[in-house]
Design a protein around this ligand. Sequence first.
Ligand code: ATP
Ligand code: MG
Length: 326
Amino acid sequence: GGRVFSGIQPTGVPHLGNYLGALENWVALQTQNPCVLYSIVDLHSITLPQEPAQLRSSILDMAASLLACGIDPERSVLFQQSQVSEHAELSWILGCLTSMPRLRQLPQWKMKSKQKNEGSVGLYTYPVLQAADILLYKSTHVPVGEDQVQHLELAQDLARIFNGRYGELFPEPRALLSMTRKVKSLRDPSSKMSKSDPHAMATVRITDSPDDIALKIRRAVTDFTSEVTFDPETRPGVSNLVIIHAAVARISVEEAVSQAKGLDTGAYKQLVSEAVIQRLTPIREEIHRLRKDPGHLEGVLALGSGRARELAAPVLREVRQRVGLS
Ligand code: ATP
Ligand code: MG
């Protein structure tokens, strides 16, 4: 067993990509490791503009979503990043070990600064804060989706650079990818499904009603071939549906394709949406139940943030000492 850390931004209700690419794995790892931390990374979310009241409620929505997906605050430390100021402090120190060109090629910056024309300094240095999130707990394993692999390589580099300059302190964290490492947008199968996608039809949220799920999957972009085959390169749209189907039904891709035999894409979409609805219904109901008691959610996060601070403080103290800041 190792030390596990991962985070999710409170930028909206999680979607199938978050759930299948990361959260399912988060839940499994809780029982196999002695030290597991999961963070609602609100400092990351303000790299793009957020309305304050909306952000506050999104943090509680995220807490409810994580609990409903199976995160157990008895087994893992579930906390709010901004409540542990050591994250920002370590991020500054690591930023001083990072060159500007190293950050320019990273995917989050390339994607999100393009959408915004001009990205903020925070958006640019986001992967440094992410490295700090991970290293602050001397984490060894980081369950993420495929889009975060390059960011994790920066965390590995920074562990090496810090250790090289100041003496061995941080283990090099490893990415843990789930079987479903990348779910694509239902509107544009060349890009990944994203919480912050403004197009409502692009994502299936874990709180979507059965009618919404059916509608979104019915409208999912596919191609002009009516037979269902799995070929992510040439048929990304229909292959994305196969990947979703296999993951929610807990079957292999081959098994999903064989269940589609004789169905055209229209009929297959119906089968996929039924499988998704079946999988998400208990989660959706649990989120609605939890959301009725915001005090309970705040209490869970406050407790978790206290525990995270206790773990972070001695590591940051050691970092300050090594750097000569004590
Ligand atoms: P945002 O658009 O605000 O960045 P997001 O959907 O990318 O939201 P994050 O909070 O950035 O979600 O990431 C949370 C976790 O979900 C990360 O581990 C990330 O790799 C994973 N993830 C995000 N999108 C997908 C996807 N489409 N497929 C698989 N995993 C994903
Ligand atoms: Mg993201």
